[in-house]
Design a protein around this ligand. Structure first.
Ligand code: SF4
Ligand code: SF4
Length: 550
């Protein structure tokens, strides 16, 4: 049995995972994910017809988000869960077809008539004919654009899923999720149409990021500068990883008064800065670093672990009995916390496990860092920032943001942060910041040199700040003294990249390597239109931005 996947940055030899995913995805899971994407295309095409008639169907929107999200890198490795999702998506498609047959009489793609095999082996056989390369004689440029669109949709589906759980939905986001997935069911689309859809995906994702920001801030308040302890404290502990702040909130409520410390991990770090979350005094700090270090960091952890979204790695034998998944995340034979009515979850098994383990025997705080510089906080100092730029006290802004990863080459970002002169500010977001947020920084014009904007979805904060600065300086974003130095790993980063391109942002430095799914011609288009550049050496890249005065 073989597979083909190249959706993430760590794909095998920068070409594609063909026998086993570097991430741990095996051919069975790969085939089921290919089938699930195919099922979602048919479901989306039917759903699009219904939506065009003005019928709202929020539960179907959520199912489509769930189905697409489950195929993101490092999210769901559980064949049973994937098969269940395939059958649910097809059942809902058939339901739509039965109640809205009159709206689907036109030219519907073949995926809307697809029938899943009755057993697992049959599904796997179907998967072999539905993979990325099973697209007939499609040329590599159109295949590349189709992948760019699909991965942007996957990232957006994940963000939309987080927002939905916070009670936020936006028709523009759901509309495009249906439209984009339905478009992928049509192999005849030409380059121009596909390029248009890719840009549209970026626009829809901006609405999605804004919606998620609204979901977070309406529920938990605006992030505020907050000192966070890195390490652990004595006593029973639960470490929460992923991005889902709604899960974190529910866990905090359910552990109140139980003597358990809750520590964030990976992309949960920004949770410590929200007033509505940090009011829980047992939200005790941040444990560990980014997702790719979890196996090493969880081995000796005497507490329970909750993985709320991406990015899970194969749980080592030593902690399989104390790690739990929830939401879209899944791993075979790992306990999963299901979602109940209105998104409610019962974390009792996680809590009982934490109490039974006893926890840390002593305190160990490595250091404290300051986080919580979302757009609200930064823009409350806009006048001061603008004055400091005009006075030459702030020479340049660097955004060092994006995903972390296991491959060598990412120390570029650490070296970049260390080398940026002390009259520049560094904005950071997403888990890549774990490489730079433990460094010591001076203040610049009264501001901490490193301003942590939050999770990867908080790229929205960086966009709001950049727009506000461009208004203040009466220039375009590309004319600001701002350099975007973005590290990518998985498909959320693709969605954010498409959003930046849709906003017309140019000169992005993308690393640590360019996506394997970009064909030469598609890359050429991106370079010609947006001057996307691969990262070079720190010295050269700094010199290019700051000139000889580095
Ligand atoms: S998600 Fe990445 S590592 Fe996993 S199989 Fe696909 S390309 Fe390979
Ligand atoms: S920023 Fe990307 S790589 Fe990092 S945890 Fe989030 S989704 Fe995963």
């Amino acid at each position: 049995m073989s597979m083909f996947c190249r959706q993430c940055e760590q794909t095998f030899r920068w070409k594609g995972c063909e026998t086993m995913g570097v991430c741990g995805k095996d051919p069975e899971v790969a085939a089921l994910q290919d089938v699930l994407i195919h099922a979602c295309k048919g479901f989306a095409a039917c759903g699009q017809s219904v939506r065009q008639a003005g019928v709202a169907m929020p539960e179907n929107d959520y199912l489509l988000m769930e189905g697409v999200f489950a195929t993101l890198t490092n999210v769901n490795f559980d064949p049973d869960a994937l098969e269940a999702l395939i059958r649910k998506v097809v059942a809902e498609r058939r339901q739509l077809q039965s109640v809205s047959a009159d709206r689907m009489s036109g030219d519907m793609p073949a995926a809307t008539q697809w029938v899943p095999a009755e057993d697992r082996q049959g599904l796997l056989d179907q998967g072999a004919a539905l993979g990325l390369l099973c697209d007939g004689d499609l040329d590599k440029d159109r295949r590349s654009l189709r992948e760019l669109l699909l991965y942007g949709l996957k990232g957006m589906a994940a963000y939309a899923h987080h927002a939905y759980r916070l009670g936020e939905q936006d028709p523009a986001v759901s509309d495009f999720l249906y439209k984009g997935m339905a478009a992928l069911a049509d192999l005849s689309l030409d380059m121009e149409t596909l390029l248009g859809l890719v840009m549209e995906c970026g626009a829809a994702n901006l609405v999605c990021l804004e919606m998620l920001d609204r979901g977070h801030t309406a529920r938990f308040g605006h992030p505020e500068p907050t000192q966070v302890k890195l390490g652990y404290l004595k006593g029973p502990a639960i470490v929460v990883s992923g991005h889902d702040l709604h899960d974190l909130e529910q866990l905090l409520v359910q552990t109140e008064g139980k003597g358990i410390n809750i520590f964030t991990h990976g992309e949960m770090l920004p949770g410590n800065a929200y007033p509505g979350l940090k009011k829980y005094t047992h939200l005790a700090g941040h444990y560990g670093t980014a997702w790719q270090n979890q196996q090493r960091e969880f081995v000796d952890l005497p507490g329970a672990i909750l993985m709320t979204t991406n990015c899970i790695q194969e749980p080592d034998m030593t902690y399989q009995d104390r790690i739990f998944t929830t939401g879209a995340v899944g791993w075979p034979n790992i306990a999963h916390i299901p979602e109940g009515e209105k998104g409610a979850k019962d974390f009792t098994p996680v809590i009982e496990k934490a109490l039974s383990l006893g926890g840390f025997s002593e305190d160990n705080i490595e250091k404290e860092i300051t986080i919580g510089f979302g757009h609200h906080t930064i823009l409350s100092h806009a006048e001061q920032i603008v004055a400091a730029v005009k006075a030459g006290q702030i020479r340049h802004f660097f955004l060092i943001g994006g995903c972390d990863g296991a491959r060598p080459g990412r120390n570029y970002y650490t070296k970049m942060a260390e080398s940026i002169p002390d009259d520049c500010l560094i904005l950071t977001l997403a888990c890549g910041k774990n490489r730079i947020n433990r460094l010591d920084y001076p203040t610049v014009a009264g501001f901490p040199k490193l301003l942590d904007c939050g999770q990867c979805n908080d790229a929205y904060s960086a966009i709001v700040v950049a727009k506000a600065l461009s208004e203040a300086f009466e220039c375009g974003i590309n004319d600001l003294p701002l350099t975007l130095n973005i590290s990518w790993y998985e498909q959320k980063a693709v969605a954010v990249l498409l959003t930046l391109l849709n906003l017309g942002v140019k000169n992005i430095k993308l690393g640590p390597s360019l996506p394997a799914f970009l064909s030469e011609n598609v890359l050429k288009v991106l370079v010609e239109q947006f001057n996307i550049q691969p990262t070079g050496t720190v010295e050269d890249d700094l010199q290019q931005v700051l000139g000889a005065s580095v």
